[in-house]
Design a protein around this ligand. Structure first.
Ligand SMILES: Cc1cc2nc3c(=O)[nH]c(=O)nc-3n(C[C@H](O)[C@H](O)[C@H](O)COP(=O)(O)O)c2cc1C
Length: 367
C-alpha cells in the first residue's frame, strides 16, 4: 500500500503540518471540574507521538454558563483550566505535533439542570430544542453579543497559550449549527430568515474571532449537514445552497473548513463523486478536512455492529485516491485513534496488522 498521499506535508497560507492526518475532536469527559489535568496532556501527547499531524481537541466550553453539559467537560476559560490546556499544548509540541482547541457551546442540546451549572437554562436562536419544541425564549440581541464575545475571548486565549489554530464547533446541531438550521432558527430578525440570514451569527462569531487573533492565525470552521438528533437533516440540498452557506463564512475569515460526515466516501450531491469536504474545497477555494469512518467499518454512533468484522485498513484505498485527486486536503480520524494512538505511524509503515481495533469499551478510560 502506497500511503504517500496521506503523509505528504500540508502547507496552507497560515498553517503547516507534517502530514494529512488530523485527530477528530472527541468529547471524553475526563476533566473534573472542567480542568484538563496531566492525564489529558498525556492522552494528546501520545497521539502526537503516534504521528498525527494536527490534533483537534475535544469540544471545550466558551465562557458562558450553559455552554456545555457535564461537570467533566473541559472549560476554555478561567485560570486553572487554561493553565491545564497550556500544559496540553506543551506536551503535544514536545512530541512534534500541532494542536487546535475545538471551542464549543451546545445551545439547546443542553438539558435543563445539567452540570456544571444546573441553574443555567439552555439557550438558542429561537428557544427551540432539536425537535423544534419550545423550551425557552429566543436569545436577545444583547445575549447574542455576549456569546459572540465569549467565542472571541476563547480564540484569543487559544492563541495566547500557544495553540497552533482554533476550531469553531459549528456542526452536529450545537449552538452555531442551531442558527444555521431552519428547524431551530425561526427568527425573523437579521439572525434568521433565509439560508444567508441564518449564517449571520456564525459570520459575526468568525469576524469577532478574526479580530481577536489577528490576520495570520488559522481559524478552522467545522460544520455538518447531519445533527446528533437527526442523521438525515441537511442545511444545503444543492451545491448552490452550499455555496450560499459557505461564502459568507469565507468572507468573514475562515481559513480551513472541516466538513463533518459519518462516511467520507459517500458523494454529497447527485451527479458527482465529491463528498461534502470535496464540494467545500471546490466552492470556497479553501483547504478542507474530511472525516468519517476511516479505519472502521461501522459509522459513527452505530455501535450495534461493531468490532467483529472491523478491519484496521477499512476504506484506506478510497481515502488515498481522494487525497491524490486533491478532492480534500486533510482527513480527520476519530475512533481509530482512541484505541490506537499510533494509528498513523502504523499505517505509514504498513503495519496495519498491529493496529489495535476500536472497541467502544476504550471510551471508558482515557490513557
Ligand atoms: C466519543 C466521541 C466524542 C465525540 N465528540 C465530538 C466533539 O466534541 N466535537 C465534534 O465536533 N465531534 C465529536 N465527535 C465526532 C468525531 O469528531 C468524528 O466526526 C466522528 O467520530 C466520525 O469520525 P470516525 O468515524 O473516524 O470516528 C465525537 C465522536 C466520538 C466517537
Amino acid at each position: 500500500m502506497n500511503t504517500e498521499s496521506l503523509f505528504k506535508p500540508f502547507q496552507s497560507e497560515k498553517l503547516e503540518l507534517s502530514n494529512r492526518v488530523v485527530m477528530a475532536p472527541m468529547t471524553r469527559g475526563f476533566s473534573p471540574g472542567g480542568v484538563p489535568g496531566p492525564d489529558v496532556a498525556e492522552y494528546y501527547r501520545l497521539r502526537a507521538a503516534g504521528g498525527v499531524g494536527l490534533i483537534i481537541t475535544e469540544g471545550t466550553a466558551i465562557n458562558h454558563p450553559s455552554a456545555v453539559s457535564g461537570a467533566s467537560i473541559p472549560l476554555f476559560h478561567g485560570e486553572e483550566a487554561l493553565a491545564g490546556w497550556q500544559k496540553v499544548v506543551e506536551a503535544v509540541h514536545e512530541a512534534g505535533g500541532k494542536i487546535a482547541p475545538q471551542i464549543w457551546h451546545v445551545g439547546m442540546a443542553r438539558k435543563p439542570g445539567d452540570e456544571p451549572n444546573p441553574e443555567a437554562a439552555p439557550v438558542g436562536p429561537s428557544g427551540l430544542d432539536l425537535s423544534g419544541n419550545k423550551v425557552n425564549e429566543p436569545l436577545s440581541e444583547e445575549e447574542i453579543q455576549q456569546l459572540i464575545q465569549a467565542y472571541a475571548q476563547a480564540a484569543a486565549d487559544a492563541k495566547r497559550i500557544g495553540f497552533d489554530a482554533v476550531e469553531l464547533h459549528g456542526a452536529h446541531g450545537y449552538l452555531l449549527d442551531q442558527f444555521l438550521w431552519e428547524r431551530t432558527n425561526q427568527r425573523t430578525d437579521r439572525y434568521g430568515g433565509d439560508l444567508v440570514g441564518r449564517t449571520t451569527f456564525a459570520v459575526e462569531v468568525v469576524k469577532a474571532c478574526r479580530e481577536a487573533v489577528g490576520p495570520d492565525y488559522p481559524i478552522i470552521f467545522r460544520y455538518s449537514q447531519w445533527k446528533m438528533s437527526d442523521y438525515k437533516a441537511r442545511l444545503a440540498e444543492t451545491p448552490e445552497q452550499l455555496e450560499q452557506l459557505l461564502q459568507p463564512l469565507v468572507e468573514a475569515g475562515v481559513d480551513i473548513f472541516h466538513a463533518s460526515t459519518r462516511r467520507f466516501w459517500l458523494p454529497e450531491f447527485e451527479g458527482s463523486e465529491l463528498n461534502l469536504a470535496g464540494w467545500t474545497r471546490k466552492l470556497t477555494g479553501k483547504p478542507a478536512i474530511s472525516v468519517g469512518s476511516v479505519g472502521l467499518k461501522s459509522e459513527f454512533a452505530n455501535r450495534a455492529e461493531q468490532v467483529e468484522e472491523d478491519d484496521p485498513a477499512a476504506h484506506i484505498d478510497p481515502l488515498l485516491r481522494k487525497l491524490e485527486d486533491q478532492e480534500f486536503d486533510l482527513i480527520a480520524v476519530g475512533r481509530a485513534l482512541i484505541s490506537d494512538p499510533a494509528w498513523p505511524n502504523k499505517v505509514r509503515e504498513n503495519r496495519t496488522d498491529e493496529i489495535e481495533m476500536f472497541n467502544p469499551e476504550a471510551l471508558q478510560k482515557l490513557v
